[in-house]
Design a protein around this ligand. Sequence first.
Ligand SMILES: CC(=O)N[C@H]1[C@@H](OP(=O)(O)OP(=O)(O)OC[C@H]2O[C@@H](n3ccc(=O)[nH]c3=O)[C@H](O)[C@@H]2O)O[C@H](CO)[C@@H](O)[C@@H]1O[C@H](C)C(=O)N[C@@H](C)C(=O)N[C@H](CCC(=O)O)C(=O)O
Ligand SMILES: Nc1ncnc2c1ncn2[C@@H]1O[C@H](COP(=O)(O)OP(=O)(O)OP(=O)(O)O)[C@@H](O)[C@H]1O
Ligand SMILES: N[C@H](CCC[C@H](N)C(=O)O)C(=O)O
Ligand SMILES: [Mg+2]
Length: 466
Amino acid sequence: MELSEELKSLLPRVKGVSSDSREVKEGFVFFAVRGTRFDGHDFVREALQKKALAVVVEREPGFKDPRIIKVEDSRKALAEFASLFYGKPSEKLKVIGVTGTNGKTTTTYLIERILVESGYKTGLMGTIQYRLGSRVFGSGRTTPDPVTWHRTLKEMFDNGATHVVAEVSSHALDQHRVWGTKFEAVVFTNLTQDHLDYHGDMESYYRAKKKLFDLYSYGFAVINLDDTYGRRLAEEIKGNIITYGREGILRISSFRTDFEGSVLELSFEGKNYKFSTNLIGGFQAYNLSAAIGYALKTGIEPGIIQRALQGVNVPGRFEVYRSDRGFIAVVDYAHTPDAIENVLKTIRNLALNKVITVFGAGGNRDRTKRPLMGEVADRLSDIVVVTSDNPRDEEPEMIIKDILKGIRNYEKVIVEPDREKAIKRAVELADKGDIVAILGKGHEDYQEVKGIKYPFSDAQVVKKYI
Ligand SMILES: CC(=O)N[C@H]1[C@@H](OP(=O)(O)OP(=O)(O)OC[C@H]2O[C@@H](n3ccc(=O)[nH]c3=O)[C@H](O)[C@@H]2O)O[C@H](CO)[C@@H](O)[C@@H]1O[C@H](C)C(=O)N[C@@H](C)C(=O)N[C@H](CCC(=O)O)C(=O)O
Ligand SMILES: Nc1ncnc2c1ncn2[C@@H]1O[C@H](COP(=O)(O)OP(=O)(O)OP(=O)(O)O)[C@@H](O)[C@H]1O
Ligand SMILES: N[C@H](CCC[C@H](N)C(=O)O)C(=O)O
Ligand SMILES: [Mg+2]
């Protein structure tokens, strides 16, 4: 989508860009976008009163002003304009976008490690934070609004970055948060149930993800062929695609994992490779394959890839804590049915004795995944402690009720809405050879209740009681 000459002609005089009237100052261009809670068009007058240079709307606000400019899609116009305002940073960098239900954070950390090991100054943007090396540029949404997105790319470029690896969420794609970005490569990890509260159904969820592969410009795509939607995507899009999986162009031939780490054997373009990593979990075969596929395609030496994979640290993903009472606790970010299935299958295989699972579900998120999470935890655990995650604006007891609907063996279930008490209880129940899985919050250092983020960390609580 091209911006109008009228809009482009403003650029030399623009002092700032925003879609939030509360941030507008003199000389800003304000973009009115319709959202889930507000309609930005209700704040056009406020922006004009604050001496905005121009106000971009999708529909006439019911009064005239020479500064009002009408466009077809104000979200796209906002992102495109922000990109121009910040000097089209994605065209000065190599931007790698990773999307999918699970594995985005892990895969971006893997690619960042490999690029840094190769000597590239590499930015990272995603769920945990936006950083360049140890310098943090922000945090918040997994993928931020368009102004934050393009500004952060510019700031990273100004600080010497040559590459930026970023998670691109389905919400972001649906809201055109990264519109106007040119990608070096785009990666699809998998698509399983999550965020149906927002997308409504899996088809819409898939269509949102697919935008990254058919509406954006990129050099090549890396797609998981062992995922149903990945296979469909690889068939539906045209372009330079590297598939990965048991039958991919990058073919996984074997994978072993235990508490010491994992070994992946694969073949790619007629050569066989063997990589070892400190990461643990059967599902890591796929995150590793996506990252290695990107690296090999861009000509990074296997020896450098191997060195990078030895020391990967993804906060809150399969963090292992050992007790001197002979059991292990694992803190992990799994908060969807598929993620819980994947992490508990690995834990089931590694446990010498019982598996005790502690988890809840986020409030103001997909309600329909809750019983499915309960069913998986029930099937793969010996004891299940159902507790709270981030209740947000919902009642914890109501969220727990939704989860219990998926559980059949009530004799193995303990309900404890207080997350610290739930973890304490699980650790007290653990015997030698057991594994206690504490799922859903991972790296999060807060518990969000009715708009307030109270300090809370699974890892801190585990260390207190283990
Ligand atoms: C459902 C959703 O994605 N909402 C995001 C979206 O808000 P929205 O478009 O619905 O905006 P709104 O709040 O209705 O307001 C509409 C417009 O009016 C403007 N406004 C509003 C008030 C006012 O006084 N003046 C004014 O101009 C707002 O600035 C906005 O532009 O755009 C906002 C600005 O970028 C985001 O902060 C907000 O994230 C909410 C808080 C959120 O919780 N989002 C989560 C679900 C999310 O985005 N998650 C994904 C995926 C997570 C993952 O799976 O990893 C993520 O990328 O983080
Ligand atoms: N490739 C994968 N397939 C299935 N499950 C995975 C995969 N990678 C990680 N997981 C599980 O999903 C959890 C989330 O992983 P990660 O944070 O990398 O995903 P994400 O896509 O960034 O999630 P989010 O969308 O919530 O930010 C992990 O803690 C692990 O339990
Ligand atoms: N512990 C969080 C993880 C989800 C966070 C992110 N994926 C989102 O949906 O905002 C929750 O279940 O609420
Ligand atoms: Mg993430």
